[in-house]
Each structure stands twice: as structure tokens, then as C-alpha cells.
Design a protein around this ligand. Sequence first.
Ligand code: PLP
Length: 394
Amino acid sequence: MSLQNPVFIPGPTNMPDSLRKACDMPTLDHRSPEFARILRPALAGVKRVLKMQAGEVAILPSTGTGGWEAAVTNTLSPGDRVLAARFGMFSARWIDLCRRHGLEVEVIETAWGEGAPLAAIEAALRADTGGRIKAVLATHNETATGVRSDIGGIRRAMEAAGHGAMLFVDGVSSIASMQFDFAGWGVDIAVAGSQKGFMLPAGLAILGLSPKAIAAMETAQLPRAFFDLRDMLGACARGGYPYTPPVGLIAGLAASVAMLEAEGLEAVYARHARLAEGVRRAVFAWGLTPFAARADLYSDTVTAVRVPEGADGTALVALAAEKYGMAFGTGLGEVQGRVFRIGHLGMLTEALVLSGLAVAEMCMADLGWGVRLGSGVAAAQEFYRGAGALARAA
Ligand SMILES: *Cc1c(COP(=O)(O)O)cnc(C)c1O
């Protein structure tokens, strides 16, 4: 018998059986027209999920990190300057990747727990009178701290500064779970991965590319070969692929979009907001707080829970895995030990989330954190009872 609990890490996420099956395909000649019939709905589906009006989607055999690399190397040249705020592990790693590629990164140091600092971004762009900054990098949902940034606000700050840089957005832990408006926010490149909101195995980097980003590929000088998006876009336009495609994952991606659209994208986002609010009610009932600095920053896909003074978040994660067979996220980088993370994205329901909260409570009681069993679960239950009734009445 397989005793498998849902995972509560912020990716990879739980996989619906139907999507696992959609990935399970016999060998297929990817040079046959059959492949185009699998590829085209996946590309078109991602465009709808991202809310793109123009531009193209590229699907690479990689992960989110490879998507960053493709975004940067296809549009920029050695010595180009990019602007980025650092406020968590993922925004920090993107900056590091740019530096390794010989880019100059103007970093706006921002406290962990905060989001992208709009005024500082606008000021940095205004100060760049020579137009040296070619791109602004933004992490939509900082998975390390559970913080959502205001991407539309970044675009407005860029407009207020009258600056022509491109806007690149890491949406790995937000896309397909939280509102994302590629066209409305003026995004030039959006990066996602298959293993988070799309509920698939890891293995795909998914990019949305604006016409401006596509035009930048013609003059960009950074070296790229496997990730050369000109080859990818050219091949995909003909219904092909520049090398052997991961056909099963691409079929899974089309099935994932169909599943999200069957629920309704707005309903998917509302479900994530509801699940997240229940988790936060539980956190407050435990006498703890989310690590995110303010309510408007709270992520709907992951909550980093600040642990009591003297307690160790990593110990909770280890105990949950060993004793109860349940996975939570540890604190990363600067907040290691100071938080544990509850991922609440993808294939989750109120009932599943309650099971995660119940196990977290048992661990906290085992570790002597002074949390009363049932307190957080009850707070979430009260919220879900009311919110669930509203959702069904609507
Ligand atoms: C998971 C994640 C990544 C890294 O993606 P990989 O698929 O592991 O390469 C990047 N950014 C954010 C915000 C993430 O949550």
C-alpha cells in the first residue's frame, strides 16, 4: 500500500492523476504532424493563462532557472545594465545569474519580507539619464518569504520615469495560481515552470515574450545555443521543435491549461486566495505571524511562518517529514531556521489544506512551541465554512 500525503512545499506541487496520465505517451515522431497537434494547444493555452495579446510563448526543456537564463541571454549583451531589487532567495539568485553572464546589475537592497520597492525603482530609472538600464527584473512572488510584488505598479513606475527598459518577471510561483496580466502590466518576458501552478512534473521552462523582447533577440550579443529562442520560435511557428521535444510534458501542459480553464482561471485564483486566507487565519490563531511585512504583500501561493523566539523552523520541517510523512518548506538563506513555509498552490482544496495545518500543529506541539492543538485548524475551518458558502452561492 502506498501511503502518500499531499505535499505542502511551494513546488513541486501535487499532481492530479489526470495530468500524470496526460504526460504518459507512447513514442511519437516529433517530425510528424502529430507533434504540432500537441504543441499548438499548449502554446495557445499558455498565452491565455498569461493574458497575452501579442508576442509568443516558448516552452523549453528546462526549469524556471533555465527560463531566467534564456530570458537574459536572448535579449541582452555583455556589459548591459539591469535593475533588480533583492528581497529573498529567488530575487537574489536571478541577480547572481545575470552577473555570471557578465551583466552589470544595479541592485536595490530591500528588506526580506518587503516587496519590490516602487519608489526606489522609479528613482533609479530617473537617475539613468543615459538609458543604460536595459531591463528591470522583478520576482512577482518571492517564494522564500511569501511576498507578492505589484508588477503593474513597477510598469507604472517605469512609465512615470519615462524609461524604455524591458520588464522581465519571474512568475514561477505565481503564474496559473495568482492573477497575472502580461498585456495589462506591459510585461516583456514572463518566466514560469511546469512544476508549480501547472501541477506537472518539473522539466519545462515556460516563457511569454513580448514583441519588444523578440525584437531584442536580433541584436543581443550574449552567447546562447541550446536556449536560442530564435531557433525555438522559428521551429514552433512551423509546428516543430529545434531538437527532441519532451512530448509528454508538452501534452501535459495542454491538459493542465484545459483543467485550469474548466475550473475557470478566475475561480482558480479565487480558490488560491481562499486557501491562503485560511492558512493565515491559522497562523494568527497559533499566535504567530506571516513573514511578509504587510497584508497587501501576502502571497496566495506560499506563507512563510515566522517561528517563535528560540524555535527552529527547520526542526519542524524535519519532524513533519520523519514522524508524519508530510513535506513543508524550510527557511532559505537569510531566514533559515527563522521561518517554515506552507505551500498552498496547485491541486489543493480546503480539506487538504486542513490536513496540512493539523500536521503542522502536531509538530509544533511536539516541539513545545506552546501551540494549542486544534486552534489553527478551527480558525481555518471557520473561515472555510463561511467562504465556501459564499463561493457556492456566487
Ligand atoms: C521555484 C522557483 C524558481 C526556480 O525554479 P526551478 O524550476 O527550480 O529552476 C524561481 N523563482 C521562483 C519565484 C520560484 O518559486
